[in-house]
Design a protein around this ligand. Structure first.
Ligand code: ATP
Length: 201
């Protein structure tokens, strides 16, 4: 199987920033969030099941999943999250593998925000790369980007793996507490290592 990296990190840790840097150096990217969005966009493969299981009220006039409504419902209703995931996860897997088979690059990077939390991903990738920073840094960055309150950001973080759990799953770690420039040598070094590992594989 082709050498692959699973890139993960908590909300606002810098996953997208690091993914863009690896892509600029020649890595092939498969972003599971993008795929999940496509599945729930108008005409998306998950829409018929969402319609059947949750009802038309959970679709927008355009035929996308109504994200705001689903988010509320999943928060309030104990089983809803599992029901939605039962629809989405198998489709995400299928579409992810389809994208991976077509991706061109020195090696493959799967961007998976919930890699540590989800079943099967650690076994699927050759290496787990965690973008790490202090919780305080995450909170500051997400607040300034989104306008969420500190309490709202903390609530999202509480639903994700802890920093300790994520680091325990990591083969490689990028420290993103510094400025953007401090990422460059770290990304350069990891990229060179991944290119070498991909050649060996
Ligand atoms: P999410 O989980 O919310 O999608 P993410 O992990 O993909 O987030 P990014 O979007 O890369 O994180 O970064 C979060 C925010 O912090 C962005 O606005 C980004 O520009 C900024 N940021 C990331 N790294 C740094 C850094 N080293 N210095 C300053 N700002 C940064």
């Amino acid at each position: 199987r082709r050498f692959s990296v699973g890139l993960t990190g908590g909300i606002g840790s810098g996953k997208t920033t690091v993914a863009d840097m690896l892509a600029a150096r020649g890595a092939a990217m498969v972003d599971t969030d993008t795929i999940a969005h496509q599945l729930t966009a108008p005409g998306g493969l998950a829409i018929p099941d969402i319609h059947t299981q949750f009802g038309a009220a959970f679709l927008t006039a355009e035929g996308a999943m109504n994200r705001a409504r689903m988010r509320e419902y999943v928060f309030a209703e104990a089983n809803a999250k599992a029901r939605l995931e039962a629809i989405l996860h198998p489709l995400i897997r299928i579409e992810t593998e389809r994208a991976a088979a077509q991706a061109q690059g020195d090696y493959l990077v799967f961007v998976v925000p919930l890699l540590v939390e989800s079943r099967g991903w650690k076994e699927r990738v050759s290496r787990v790369l965690v973008v790490d920073c202090l919780e305080q840094t995450q909170i500051r960055r997400v607040m300034s980007r989104s306008g969420l309150s500190e309490a709202q950001v903390r609530a999202i973080m509480a639903a994700q793996a802890t920093r300790t759990q994520r680091l325990a799953a990591a083969d490689d770690v990028i420290d993103n507490d510094g400025d953007a420039l401090s990422l460059v040598p770290q990304v350069d070094q990891l990229h060179a290592r991944y290119v070498a590992l991909a050649r060996e594989a």
